[in-house]
Design a protein around this ligand. Structure first.
Ligand SMILES: [Zn+2]
Length: 301
């Protein structure tokens, strides 16, 4: 605790809170990881995200403001699997050796995750495919939250070992709350087990698998590649034949196109919370998953 904080505490007769200056300064690349870091760190951490939930994380633009945040960071929590590889440019500009790749203050969450859709042949990035190492959108699968929060805990405890016990307690309490919710979510989506949906960008595969739903296809030709008329015609035909009613679309994608595809197939487009903060009401991790579960159940009914 700094001297000024100590004086303020004494003067005001306050309990001994973690003052801003004493908190572990964490920066995450995306809001989902910010929410999960807050769940583990509680009031011992000060967490900032480099992107907002309404953004396409693949295409985030590196700004000087990102470098400023990173300059003071003690820990950088990165998603990895090339969702947020732009962060390396920002880290170079931040001139903070703690958070460079391989540094004590750097975590790549994807390392602990069994990634889906890992390409079996070489993916040609020059053609725009943005998932060259497999699908990087695992953060909103509540079943993976235990792994993700463990990775975050390990990183936090490395830079602030004195708080390890508190981090462990916070994590356990959060996972208990999440577990209790998961039972309800599974029940809500149980009647729709095996239902097929179309997704604009394949960022929901972990979530769909968790709840027994099936991704029939994507509006994009391949991840990050705009659809050709031929691809769309095939997709709509397939949707009609299989009576697919729902096209999931991220707030940042072409909602008009999603609506057109859905309507031509006799269904509707549904905007999902592709991240914490992506839509109104998706304010924290549990609220975001709750939003998606309820929206999907309503659309599939
Ligand atoms: Zn993606």
């Amino acid at each position: 605790m700094t001297r000024r904080c100590a004086i303020a505490v004494l003067a005001l007769g306050l309990a001994w809170p973690a003052m801003a200056a004493d908190k572990v300064r964490v920066v995450t690349t995306i809001p989902d990881l910010k929410a999960l870091t807050q769940a583990v760190g509680g009031d011992l951490v000060d967490v900032d995200s480099l992107t907002r939930g309404t953004q396409n994380f693949h295409e985030a633009e590196v700004r000087p403001s990102m470098m400023l945040k990173l300059r003071r960071a003690q820990l950088l929590v990165e998603n990895g699997a090339e969702l947020d590889s732009w962060v390396d440019v920002a880290v170079t500009g931040a001139n903070n050796p703690t958070i460079v790749r391989g540094g004590a203050g750097r975590i790549e969450v994807s390392r602990g995750i069994p990634l889906l859709e890992v390409p079996t042949t070489r993916v040609d990035r020059s053609m725009g495919d943005v998932h060259p190492q497999g699908n990087p959108h695992f953060s909103l699968d509540p079943g993976l939250a235990p792994i993700i929060t463990q990775t975050i805990l390990d990183g936090l405890a490395r830079v602030a070992p004195q708080h390890r016990a508190a981090f462990e307690q916070n994590r356990a309490a959060f996972l208990q709350r999440l577990e209790a919710q998961l039972g309800g979510w599974l029940k809500t989506l149980e009647p729709f087990r095996g239902a097929r949906v179309v997704v604009y960008h394949p960022d929901f595969i972990y979530f769909l698998n968790r709840f027994g739903l099936v991704q029939l296809g994507t509006v994009e030709d391949r991840p990050g590649i705009p659809p050709s008329p031929q691809h769309l015609a095939n997709l709509i035909k397939q949707m009609q034949e299989q009576k697919i009613k729902v096209v999931l679309v991220e707030p940042w994608n072409d909602r008009k196109l999603a609506t057109r595809v859905a309507e031509e197939a006799g269904g509707k487009a549904l905007v999902i919370a592709s991240s914490v903060g992506a839509v109104k009401g998706a304010d924290d991790y549990i609220a975001t998953i709750d939003y998606n579960v309820k929206a999907l159940a309503a659309a599939l009914r």
